[in-house]
Design a protein around this ligand. Structure first.
Ligand code: ADP
Length: 186
């Protein structure tokens, strides 16, 4: 089973997948792979792969970001079939289930500035979150039956890890559009 964990930067993908891997790995002693039910899943932090393997086409100096080489990332992922793939790009690749982490935009902005992002980048991401950009892309590509929206706003990373675990083991129903952050844009 391949599960994509996507969402606007700052929604807590890295934190929640690490919390899940660390927790489940205690039995299994490998932090980058873990067993849930009958499956052993590898945790892939795709943005780290992009950096480590230099899978980008250019460096955007203005935005201080790298433009992902989506074809190269797709090739790199070939054969990675039992995995939790974490990245704001994860929904652009094949997956059996897609978890979309969400966060109320003002809270997201605070999380991002506290993480050291510029005010401009934080507000750009908050706006994108208010507009449901990634949720829309995930539903377009994978269909409503494969998308699991998880609101992280007032949830601890542990609680978000619980929700991800429920997605993996099939104890959560697909959902999309349950949150409404449009008030942020008013
Ligand atoms: P992403 O991987 O989606 O970009 P991170 O996991 O890096 O997001 O989290 C962004 C920031 O928000 C970090 O500083 C992290 O400590 C904080 N954070 C992550 N998850 C939560 C949460 N559930 N509640 C509060 N803060 C969180």
């Amino acid at each position: 089973m391949r599960v994509a964990v996507t969402g606007t930067p700052g929604t807590g993908k890295t934190t929640a997948t690490n919390a899940l891997a660390t927790r489940v790995a205690e039995e299994d002693s490998a932090a980058d792979s873990f067993s849930i039910g009958d499956s052993t899943l590898e945790v892939v932090h795709l943005n780290d792969v992009l950096e480590d393997e230099a899978l980008y086409t250019e460096v955007d100096e203005d935005r201080q970001s790298k433009v992902a080489d989506m074809d190269a990332l797709g090739e790199w992922l070939e054969g990675t079939d039992d995995a939790l793939i974490e990245s704001h790009l994860a929904h652009h690749f094949d997956a059996d289930r897609v978890a979309v982490l969400r966060c109320e935009p003002e809270t997201l902005e605070t999380r991002l500035t506290e993480r050291g992002e510029t005010a401009e980048k934080a507000s750009e991401n908050a706006e994108s979150e208010a507009l449901d950009v990634i949720l829309g892309e995930a539903v377009d590509r994978h269909g409503l039956e494969s998308v699991y929206e998880i609101d992280t706003t007032n949830r601890t990373p542990e609680a978000v890890a619980d929700a991800l675990e429920a997605v993996v083991i099939g104890e959560r129903e697909p959902s999309a559009g349950d949150v409404d952050f449009m008030g942020y844009l008013a």
